[in-house]
Write a protein of this length. Sequence first.
Length: 91
Amino acid sequence: MNYVLPIAAMLCTAFFTLSALVFCAGMGANAKPEEIRALKRWMAGLGLLGSFGIAISVALLRRELFGPAAWVAIAPSGIILIIFIIALNRK
């Protein structure tokens, strides 16, 4: 039962990471080559952020540290959400 919250946080992070990657890929449809390079870097950074968050959370779960595992798993979602809000508010 203790595994439910960290696993839900990992699923949330996986969803947010995938959404961020699709969002970045969609922005590259009519972009210039310089913008496409920047988007590739953003996609790599966001993908690594989500992957590392999930991987570290799994490592913490193996040590039965459920609270820190949940926080580490949900942190990338918060960061990606802040990036989305900033990106959508830019003109």
